[in-house]
Design a protein around this ligand. Structure first.
Ligand SMILES: [Zn+2]
Length: 330
């Protein structure tokens, strides 16, 4: 609602019959202050007022992506000794960042939310592991964009830490694991899905392994702690097995992007101090046989969703307006 300059001018040239204009003027002021005070209570995305459009790149819609999430992966534990496969994998044609930056809020909830939405936690509003006050309707996940725009793609989320599916992804994907499962089950389920295409031929898969984080909390986040090392060594085997299946699918003509990502590092028995580089810097590896990457870019959590949508060929004006990160594909 506007009070224009000409309205105001005419209001200053008063006579008795203008009393009604005065009433209208003050009523307008009342309405304006009413609506602006309401706005403060109802969070909005600044981008929701635009006329939105989505463009699908038909050359990319058959592309496929696996995102392997490993909770609590401290970058300096990625060594030839502890993670021989991931070490070799990181030497392939990749974008690699061992100082991949967490959110300032270093809990798991905010960081997985930023990974999935492409916006920082001041927007999706997840500030701890309760997910209270989350705004995923305003800032949807990349899986939501994929399902809403190319619903022929099969989207899957298999997670150890069930709150990710419960609070973020259950409405966004075709299939999700619906209870707490341990890492070996996450691995087995995914392997079976990839090997036996029926009934779900997986196109976009999001995975989350949680036992490294548990080892860190129980025994210490450190490449010098035996339990942390041995858990990571098992995960290295899971990653090797899954990537080798993806490699064989590539040989039969499927175009897969692999993303390996963590939500935070750790030090001592926790990961709650953003000022500690061992906590705020973690690992991101994006791998593809021939893709060019923005190698000079310093990645953070909000870069994953733009990278996924870029690779799958979905260009949304709302997402582009909302997003805080950028695609690391060139
Ligand atoms: Zn933790």
């Amino acid at each position: 609602m506007y009070v224009t300059v000409s309205n105001l001018k005419s209001l200053f040239q008063l006579n008795l019959s203008d009393m009604s204009k005065i009433k209208v003027f003050f009523f307008s002021l009342l309405l304006i202050s009413f609506f602006s005070s309401c706005k403060k209570d109802i969070p909005i995305s600044d981008c929701d007022f635009l006329d939105h459009s989505v463009i699908i790149d038909s050359l990319k819609i058959n592309n496929k992506i696996i995102i392997i999430g490993i909770d609590g992966f401290r970058s300096d534990a990625m060594t030839q000794e502890i993670t021989p496969f991931i070490y070799d994998f990181s030497q392939r044609n990749v974008y690699r960042n061992l100082s991949h930056l967490t959110e300032e809020d270093t809990y798991s909830g905010p960081n997985w939310s930023s990974i999935l939405t492409g916006v920082h936690y001041n927007k999706h509003n997840v500030t701890d592991n309760s997910f209270e006050g989350s705004l995923f309707d305003l800032f949807p996940t990349f899986l939501n964009y994929i399902e809403n725009n190319i619903n022929t793609l099969n989207t899957i989320s298999i997670v150890n830490w069930f709150p990710i599916n419960q609070n973020i992804l259950s409405k966004d994907v075709d299939y999700y694991s619906s209870n707490q499962i341990n890492d070996s089950i996450v691995f087995e389920k995914t392997k079976n899905l990839l090997l036996n295409d029926d009934p779900l031929k997986a196109d976009i898969i999001f995975l989350h392994f949680d036992e490294l984080d548990a080892a860190g909390h129980n025994f210490g986040f450190s490449p010098n702690v035996e339990e942390y090392k041995s858990t990571l060594n098992i995960l290295d085997f899971y990653v090797e097995s899954l990537v080798s299946i993806v490699d064989s699918k590539r040989l039969s003509g499927e175009n897969w992007l692999c993303i390996l990502i963590s939500d935070h590092g750790g030090d001592g028995y926790s990961h709650d101090d953003y000022n500690n580089t061992k906590i705020r810097e973690t690992i991101l590896i994006v791998e593809h046989p021939t893709q060019n990457f923005k190698l000079n870019h310093k990645s953070n959590m909000t870069d994953i969703a733009p990278t996924v949508l870029d690779f799958i060929g979905i260009s949304s004006t709302k997402f582009d307006c909302d997003k805080d990160g950028q695609s690391i594909l060139k």
